[in-house]
Design a protein around this ligand. Structure first.
Ligand SMILES: Nc1nc2c(c(=O)[nH]1)N[C@H]1C(S)=C(S)[C@@H](COP(=O)(O)OP(=O)(O)OC[C@H]3O[C@@H](n4cnc5c(=O)[nH]c(N)nc54)[C@H](O)[C@@H]3O)O[C@H]1N2
Ligand SMILES: Nc1nc2c(c(=O)[nH]1)N[C@H]1C(S)=C(S)[C@@H](COP(=O)(O)OP(=O)(O)OC[C@H]3O[C@@H](n4cnc5c(=O)[nH]c(N)nc54)[C@H](O)[C@@H]3O)O[C@H]1N2
Ligand code: SF4
Ligand SMILES: [Mo]
Length: 709
């Protein structure tokens, strides 16, 4: 009977990790009353089961002879092994690289990092989280000595008196979390949203500040300037719990509200309104997301908001603090356990001798054997096939042809590789380029753990049997390690991998030692750090001290800089990019979900009526956006919900409607985050409302295989 034999698991998509109950035969998906979603799901969660049994599913490995063709696992793995060995013999260990993903379970992310260091002995491993919250991570580490998306449970958001959301649109990106915003409003909270667009989230706020793209740092410094002047700085907290305030006070002295209004376009009186809202509230939270962070100065921008939170005495106080909305399903855990270029499990550092010794002892290898830190995601991609760069690349859980900045440059680099391996559920735009494609299991077919936006470790549970012919990523990595003569260090069983991860993380910042599958079952997830079996886990961080050596949070002075690419005569508008509710990331999964594809079949670019008039564009017309790097065609939506100097386009499509064909790959100097949220474009009307968009699939990709996307 449906409902009696269900398996409790979680949505395959974002970091909210909404609880789902799944019955396998016939498939029946219902929301669970889990603490993150309390019975809510968004359209993506509701339709996640449409991918089970999907006709486009990869069911056998593919190998390229001339074109991609089906092959046995033995042939596919033998070819990969031969390519790895030949490359490493000729060019050295670093000529083979791995590119991972924040959607991978903790077990997969951990094993991928270990596979790179122990089986391949390469320094070349990084992942798509570099494109996600790496700027917020660097800023949080600088200030707090630790980075966990939210340092408090989501439910606390309902209890705070004032909430400032900066470049975050949770009504579209985490819709069930709206319940916490609604509950807060019902409790009398005041909400401020900072976004160049009047998003669904902004429309419901009490105060919407609409700065020019890329000017948030000046806005934050301006707010802090006024807060100090009006006596809202919390001197007691600053003295007892922080260091470095004087330098920040001096650095914001020049951010007079009229100057900040000139830089940002946000009127002075609204800046003052924001200051009073935060300053007079009994409790307050400041939360950033990709709108503030995905810039060439994303780390400093995030730092400016952390400075503001610290000056107001928020972090570590009840129902208060600074947080960032982690994005991918395991965006949090995926950045803790070693698939990052500079990192070992538990947030340990590859460059630190004690950290190396600890992890090497868990792995049973000599610390001297572990490679050093490698290049960040875009830097690795940008050097593919070059002298000293990676020549054989293995991609697990990412689709960089759609999601990396400056698509044509990345595609060209991928095409110069000697050998590309992609593990995926579907033939993604990146898989189409591969020499070997490995078909993997998806969410409802596998076991593992993920760490939510709140730092809560939850379990993905197997509810249906995977189709014959697919293998999970753990099995693939273990098989490959065996073929490379390093099999004795690897195990494909998720629970045993997790137990090893616990030991490897023990004593680290992200300490999972006390978290077991059983505890997760009993306690509806466990918050890290959790150093021992009898430790309760840590839902709220920083209540007593920060994770810095002296226990104090650090202020860091930061200054507004001009964006890397300002509009000019040839490219007169600013393009910013982001998400729509019904599509997810590079779209591999959601563009193939019939209900979602019907709801949002095309990428739409939002233009203000003044801008549309200037270029003779009507609602529904086709527009070509062109940047210094490429062009893309989008359906125009004319709306006064976007600044008149700005165009917004989603990045969920590839082919001739790829937002990333346009974006600027300039990197934040500290986090190596690309400036996805800001580049200069021109606008040309290229068709009317009845004209179809050119095909949004990637160019044929040299395969005869049918893919009903
Ligand atoms: N539907 C859906 N949900 C998702 C995802 C998805 O692909 N689809 N992806 C998941 C992932 S991985 C992530 S990282 C999160 C991202 O979640 P969000 O950060 O909420 O999403 P974005 O749309 O990237 O950006 C948020 C807002 O930033 C604004 N913005 C653009 N430029 C600027 C700027 O210069 N300053 C400010 N203040 N705001 C600006 C945009 O207008 C946008 O409304 O969503 C997660 N949830
Ligand atoms: N212009 C622009 N570009 C952006 C952004 C933006 O705001 N604007 N946002 C950036 C952000 S925040 C992010 S997080 C990235 C995300 O971009 P991507 O890394 O491309 O993210 P996904 O589309 O989630 O890619 C995951 C791929 O792995 C497959 N997959 C899913 N689960 C598994 C698994 O368990 N194993 C394996 N092997 N494969 C799996 C999926 O089918 C999919 O093809 O995009 C970034 N790119
Ligand atoms: S909010 Fe995120 S986790 Fe929840 S149902 Fe939607 S996509 Fe899934
Ligand atoms: Mo993300």
């Amino acid at each position: 009977m449906p409902g009696t034999d269900h398996v409790a698991t979680h949505c395959p998509y974002c970091s909210l990790q909404c609880g789902i109950r799944l019955v396998s035969d016939p498939v029946d998906l219902t929301p669970d009353d889990f603490p993150t979603n309390r019975g809510g799901l968004c359209a993506k969660g509701w339709t996640a089961a449409e991918l089970l049994g999907h006709p486009g599913r990869l069911l056998t490995p593919l190998v390229r002879t001339d074109r991609l063709r089906p092959a046995s696992w033995t042939e596919a793995l033998d070819r990969i092994t031969a390519a790895i060995q030949a490359s490493q013999r000729r060019y050295g260990p670093d000529s083979v690289g791995c590119f991972g993903g924040g959607g991978l379970t903790n077990e997969k992310a951990y094993l991928l990092g270990k596979f790179a260091r122990v089986a391949l002995r390469t320094s070349a491993v990084d992942y798509n989280g570099r494109f996600c919250m790496s700027s917020a991570a660097v800023a949080a580490n600088r200030a707090f000595g630790m980075d966990r998306g939210l340092p408090f449970p989501l439910a606390d958001i309902a209890e705070t008196s004032a909430l400032m959301l900066v470049g975050a649109n949770p009504l579209a990106t985490m819709p069930p979390a709206a319940r916490y915003l609604d509950a807060g409003k019902a409790n009398g909270a005041t909400h401020i949203v900072i976004d160049p667009r009047t998003t669904a989230t902004a429309a419901r706020a009490d105060l919407h500040l609409q700065p020019a793209v890329g000017t948030d740092l000046a806005l934050a410094n301006g707010i802090l300037h006024v807060a100090i002047r009006e006596g809202y700085a919390d001197d007691g907290y600053i003295t007892e719990r922080t260091t470095g305030f004087d330098a920040v006070r001096a650095s914001v002295a020049g951010y007079w509200p009229d100057r900040v209004e000139r830089i940002t376009g946000v009127p002075e009186h609204r800046i003052k309104q924001a200051v009073r809202t935060l300053g007079e509230a009994g409790s307050a939270m400041i939360i950033t997301a990709r709108g503030a962070e995905q810039h060439g100065n994303g780390t400093d921008t995030t730092q400016a908001f952390i400075n503001l939170a610290l000056a107001l005495g928020l972090p570590g106080r009840p129902m208060s603090g600074y947080g960032t909305m982690t994005g991918q399903g395991n965006g949090q855990g995926g950045r803790e356990h070693g698939q990052k270029a500079d990192q070992l499990p538990g947030y340990r550092r590859l460059a630190d001798p004690a950290d190396r010794a600890h992890v090497a002892s868990v792995w049973g290898v000599d610390p001297a054997e572990l490679p050093g830190p490698g290049l960040s995601a875009f830097e690795m991609l940008d050097r593919l096939g070059t002298e000293g760069g990676v020549r054989v690349l293995l991609v697990f859980g990412s689709n960089p042809v759609v999601s990396a900045p400056d698509r044509d440059r990345v595609l060209n680099r991928l095409r110069t590789l000697d050998f590309l391996v992609v593990s995926d559920i579907f033939l993604s735009e990146t898989a189409v380029e591969a020499d070997v494609v490995l078909p993997t299991t998806q969410w409802a077919e596998e076991d593992g753990t993920l760490t939510t936006v709140e730092g809560r470790v939850v379990r993905r549970r197997r509810a249906v049997t995977p189709p014959l012919g697919v293998r999970d990523d753990l099995a693939m990595l273990t098989e490959l390690a065996g073929r490379l003569g390093r099999g004795r260090f690897f195990d494909a069983d998720p629970r045993r991998v997790f137990d090893e991860l616990r030991r490897a993380s023990a004593g680290g910042i992200a300490d999972y030692n006390g978290i077991s599958y059983e505890r997760i079952d009993r306690e509806q997830g466990v918050f890290w750090p959790c150093p021992s079996n009898d430790h309760p886990g840590t839902p709220r961080l920083f209540t007593e001290r920060f994770a810095t050596p002296d226990g104090r949070a650090r202020f860091v002075p930061v200054e507004q800089r001009d964006p890397a690419e300002a509009p000019d005569r040839d490219y007169p508008c600013v393009l910013t990019t982001g998400r729509t509710m019904q599509q997810y990331q590079s779209g591999t999964q959601t563009r193939r979900t019939p209900t979602l594809a019907a709801a949002v079949p095309e990428p739409c670019a939002e233009l203000h009526p003044d801008l549309a008039r200037r270029y003779g564009v009507a609602d529904g017309d086709l527009v070509e956006l062109r940047s210094r790097r490429g062009r893309g065609v989008f359906r125009a939506v004319v709306t006064d919900g976007v600044r008149p100097d700005t165009v917004f386009a989603p990045f969920h499509w590839g082919g001739s409607s790829s937002a990333n064909a346009l974006t600027n790959p300039v990197l934040d100097p500290l986090s190596r985050m690309p400036a996805f949220k800001s580049c200069a474009v021109s606008i040309t009307r290229v068709g009317g409302a009845t004209d179809p968009l050119p095909a949004v699939a990637e160019p044929a990709g040299n395969t005869d295989l049918e893919d009903p996307c």
